[in-house]
Design a protein around this ligand. Structure first.
Ligand code: PLP
Length: 403
């Protein structure tokens, strides 16, 4: 064995089983590969990153600067400053019709930490967590990290990638602790109709299972649809965990502020876990988030209108490529085309398509395997119309040559 291999093998055996059970995020890996090409001066058509290409609104940035000038740079309470917890509850009530109090809210380092802390607070080794595939890449890994077992319910492109209550009912066993509903969905853009989500919640209630409703894209729904939260159902609090985030709604991905709304006992457990890991989310980012929760929402429809225009263009462009089929997303800012009809002997998986697209045409996108959907690609259209057009041209050329 080469010395380097020996060191690598030894190191792997030193790492905990917990960390060896999980994989690095495939989305992050694509972002890294695209960034490396860009650093070399390559013109990349980048559909990889799942983040708004808009700047954070001015009033939010100003609130952060003010907080800095006022020296609000010290530790805060672990679950976040009370006025922010209250502002989140008020915002959620105003926008989505819930009724939480500040002690039923914990502010976290992005929605991701809220999911992580909730799963780690509820899941024992061997417990099951039900989720729809295609799923957001982090759900199965977070569950595995906690020692749990992801149980996947398949959704279908021709049904708008909607998880159905009947499927959830069948997937629940005596070991199930949580059902995750992600609507609008990353990666598919699927939106679970309010009636279906209510049925899913009823199933969870009847079977004594938590429902985790990931609403990070709540405000990006197209057409006549309005943002919806299952927390608007009267008496819905018991057994429900709402996950929210500033990242997408307010173009604040780098600020790392998210939250959970849940019964006080679970919030207390999540806060305990947070107290022994990250402590509070960054103080000045919390003041910025307060401006997001209490200030003007006018940037949101502006972003949504632009995403809607891009959605039309990218769906039409992908559908025009022979062999590619593409469901129009009902929400979020991703398209999830099926390219399996384009597979051949030299390109027989979505991972291979993504690799060759990056190498030959400098188009960055994420293959479906990481989302539990081999045969599909995920493209984020949180990028300019020019880049979308350029990327579509390159993809059309790539697939016509792949025949
Ligand atoms: N949930 C979903 C479905 C997501 O796509 C993301 C981010 O991409 C998150 C949660 C977490 O976002 P953040 O940690 O930036 O709030």
């Amino acid at each position: 064995m080469e010395p380097a291999t020996v060191v690598k093998t030894e190191l792997a055996t030193q790492l905990s089983d917990r960390v060896n059970r999980i994989a690095a995020s495939p989305t992050m890996m694509v972002v890294q590969a695209a960034d490396q090409l860009k650093a070399k001066g390559v013109d990349v058509a980048d559909f990889g990153a799942g983040e708004p290409d808009f700047p954070t609104p001015e009033h939010i940035k100003r609130a952060c600067i003010k907080a800095l000038e006022e020296n609000r740079t010290k530790y805060t309470p672990v679950p976040g400053i009370t006025p922010l917890r209250q502002a989140i509850c008020d915002w959620h009530k105003r926008e989505l019709g819930s009724s939480y109090q500040s002690n039923e809210c914990v502010v976290t380092v992005g929605g991701k930490q809220a999911i992580f802390n909730a799963v780690c607070s509820l899941v024992n080794p061997g417990d099951e967590v039900v989720m729809a595939a295609p799923y957001w890449v982090s759900y199965p890994d977070i569950v595995k990290y906690a020692g749990g077992k992801p149980v996947v319910v398949e959704t279908h492109a021709d049904d708008g990638f909607i998880m159905r209550a009947a499927q959830v009912e069948k997937a629940i066993t005596p070991r199930t602790r949580i059902v995750i509903a992600n609507s609008p969905s990353n990666p598919t853009g699927g939106v679970i109709p309010a009636g279906e989500l209510q049925k899913i919640f009823e199933v969870c209630q009847r079977r004594g299972v938590w429902l985790m409703s990931d609403e990070c894209y709540s405000h990006f729904v197209y057409g006549d649809a309005k943002p919806y939260s299952i927390a608007s159902v009267p008496e819905s609090k018991a057994g429900l965990i709402v996950i929210g985030s500033m990242s997408k709604t307010f173009a604040m991905t780098g600020w790392r502020i998210g939250y959970a709304l849940a019964p006080q006992l679970l919030i207390a457990a999540m806060t305990k876990l947070q107290s022994q890991s990250t402590s509070n989310p960054t103080s000045i980012a919390q003041y910025a988030a307060m401006a997001a929760m209490t200030g003007s929402m006018e940037s949101v429809p502006v972003m949504l209108a632009e995403y809607a225009r891009r959605r039309e263009r990218i769906v039409a462009g992908l559908r025009a490529i022979p062999g590619v089929t593409c469901t129009a997303p009902a929400g979020a800012f991703y398209v999830f085309p099926n390219v399996s009809a384009c597979f051949n002997s030299s390109m027989s998986s979505a991972a291979e398509v993504a690799k060759q697209l990056l190498e030959r045409e400098h188009v960055a996108l994420v293959p479906g395997e990481g989302f539990g959907a081999p045969g599909f690609l995920r493209l984020s259209y949180a990028t300019s119309m020019d880049r979308i057009d350029e990327g579509l041209r390159r993809m059309a050329r790539f697939f016509s040559q792949a025949k």
